[in-house]
Design a protein around this ligand. Structure first.
Ligand code: PRP
Length: 212
């Protein structure tokens, strides 16, 4: 598994505002989207393209276009939805599938409560979006889901990750073709499996608190 941790002052600046508990919800939403666009630039470095001949006003030249099947973007509900527009801005022709997952606050086990994905993912490059990689349970389950459908190339993009989460994903995916792109690698988890220093609960800060 390849791991890329962003190292750019603009990303760190935006992350600092995002982490601040005083940042209001509209700003938080905007920043998640902007951070996603910045991370998408790195995450799509290996996106598959093919030669494409065009006529400029002056000459014929060969550039590239995205290969088919087009990439599939998979936000993990809820919090991953906040990253979707930022990704689609960079890859507007990509298709989008959805996975709904919630982590049980006691057991920390993820459950899948919604799924809207193509039946077959052979040959598709998949980009999974979730702001938080905490224990890694949710992302590992999402990646497993995509491989079970035939995907052979998965890039996961998280705004924050932990060493525990990275280790869990590394163990879960083995030698399969997975890339992890993080906005920052935080210190670790607290006793409630929240990322420290983190930013709190991304889903709640984006969309408000839901009852259990
Ligand atoms: C959060 C987060 C990840 C998951 C991370 O979602 O968005 O999906 O927890 O934890 P893990 O790495 O330990 O599995 P949550 O279950 O709170 O759902 P939400 O997005 O609907 O708020």
């Amino acid at each position: 598994m390849r791991v890329f941790v962003a190292d750019h002052p603009l990303i760190t600046h935006k992350l600092t505002v995002l982490r601040n508990a005083k940042t209001p919800q509209p700003t938080f939403r905007l920043l998640i989207e902007e951070l996603m666009t910045l991370l998408a630039y790195e995450a799509t470095r290996e996106v598959r393209v093919e030669p494409h001949e065009i006529e400029t006003p002056v000459a014929t030249t060969t550039g590239v276009r995205l290969s088919e099947p087009l990439p599939l973007i998979v936000p993990i509900l809820r919090a991953g939805l906040g990253m979707l527009d930022g990704m689609v801005k960079l890859v507007p022709t990509a298709e989008v599938g959805f996975l709904g997952m919630a982590r049980d606050e006691e057991t920390l086990q993820p459950t899948t409560y919604a799924e809207r994905l193509p039946d077959r993912l052979e040959g598709r490059q998949c980009f999974v979006l979730d702001p938080m990689l905490a224990t890694g349970g949710s992302l590992a389950a999402a990646i497993e889901f995509l491989f079970a459908r035939g995907a052979d190339d998965v890039t996961a993009i998280c705004v924050l990750g932990t060493p525990e989460g990275v280790k869990a994903i590394r163990e879960a995916v083995g030698d399969r073709n997975v890339t992890l792109v993080l906005g920052a690698l935080d210190h670790g988890l607290d006793e409630h499996a929240f990322i420290v220093p983190g930013l709190g609960d991304a889903g709640d800060r984006l969309y408000g608190t839901v009852g259990e």
